[in-house]
Design a protein around this ligand. Structure first.
Ligand SMILES: [Mg+2]
Length: 311
């Protein structure tokens, strides 16, 4: 049970609750190899019609997300960048008392984690002290980065514009990794596994950032939303544990992803096809699956329409 799910929020008619969808990008909404999202397009269009925000929660940087969210039709929704270190808020998500005015791109940017300068300083310290081998993204040449990620050069440039986390490729043994992780923890830093990179971040993670956005929504709208989360990597686990319903999208990486989440669906398909499969599982059949054990018969609507369209 997510920590925020009170008795009230569970018993409230789920069809009447506002909804938020939180999604990982690489390997989830975007294909791991081609970065294509066309299998998810019908659901993205449908959710937009229904007024359900689709909120990217990703290891990507703000600079990478801003053009991407425009291309995907998500310019009106918030986003979480760098594994929870940075949040971007469009005007409708801003709070007059809590936020300063938006920047030139119309977004208010909140730093939820620690500064990139501190992370880089500590990485240098631990590399020397433990004599371990790794390559950070900022140390890779543009060519190495495009080779390793499959990104085109302009996108790879944006990927290097870090604000609150540093990706790295580990090139040492498991014992070294344990010692490295412990050293970072002493600095208040965390090491999380993504699809391609390890990511060094502050105490914030995808889960804490998602909880922060849910609270923000509640502060602005006065009601707790029903939340769905989708992801394919170990760095998505905290996010998948912070939402009411979750989808683990079949990964291309062979890593275990097992969130403590009773309302969990595992997709058969990978990438955006698995994403569409997961959204359809939870929200494609009216509200039968929202609270299956407790729902009175009158709440069990049969059909394959998305919520709000059935009426
Ligand atoms: Mg992923």
């Amino acid at each position: 049970m997510p920590q925020h799910a009170s008795r009230d929020s569970v018993t409230q008619d789920p069809a009447l609750r506002p909804r938020l969808l939180f999604t990982d990008l690489d390997g989830s909404l975007l294909d791991h190899h081609s970065y294509d999202w066309s299998p998810a397009r019908p659901w993205l269009a449908r959710l937009k019609r229904l007024g359900v925000p689709v909120i990217p929660v990703t290891s990507k940087t703000r600079s990478e997300i801003v053009p991407l969210r425009r291309a995907m039709g998500l310019a009106d929704t918030p986003f979480i960048a760098e594994n929870g270190a940075v949040a971007g808020l469009p005007p409708a998500w801003c709070h007059a008392r809590l936020d300063r005015g938006p920047g030139p791109d119309g977004l208010v940017i909140k730093t939820l984690g620690v500064d990139i300068g501190f992370i880089r300083k500590r990485l240098a310290v631990w590399r020397e002290r433990l004599d371990v081998a790794f390559t950070t993204m900022s140390e890779m040449s543009l060519e190495e980065l495009t080779d390793f990620t499959g990104l085109a050069e302009p996108e790879a440039r944006l990927a290097r514009m870090r604000e609150g986390s540093e990706p790295l490729i580990w090139a040492d043994d498991d014992d070294g990794l344990v010692a490295f992780r412990e050293g970072l923890e002493g600095d208040g830093l965390r090491l999380v596994r993504g699809g391609r990179f390890w990511h060094v971040t502050g105490e914030s993670h995808k889960g804490s950032a998602v909880s922060w956005l849910i609270e923000r929504f509640q502060a602005l709208r006065g009601s707790r939303p029903l939340s769905l989360g989708l992801g394919d990597g170990p760095n998505d686990i905290a996010m998948l544990e912070s939402v009411d319903q979750a989808v683990v999208i079949r990964g291309c990486h062979g890593l275990e992803v097992s969130p403590k989440q009773p309302a969990l669906y595992r997709s058969e398909a990978t990438g955006p096809a698995g994403w569409a499969e997961g959204v359809a599982y939870w929200w494609g059949r009216a509200d039968r699956r929202v609270i299956p054990a407790e729902a009175p018969a009158t709440h069990r609507r049969v059909g394959h329409e998305a919520p709000g369209e059935a009426a």
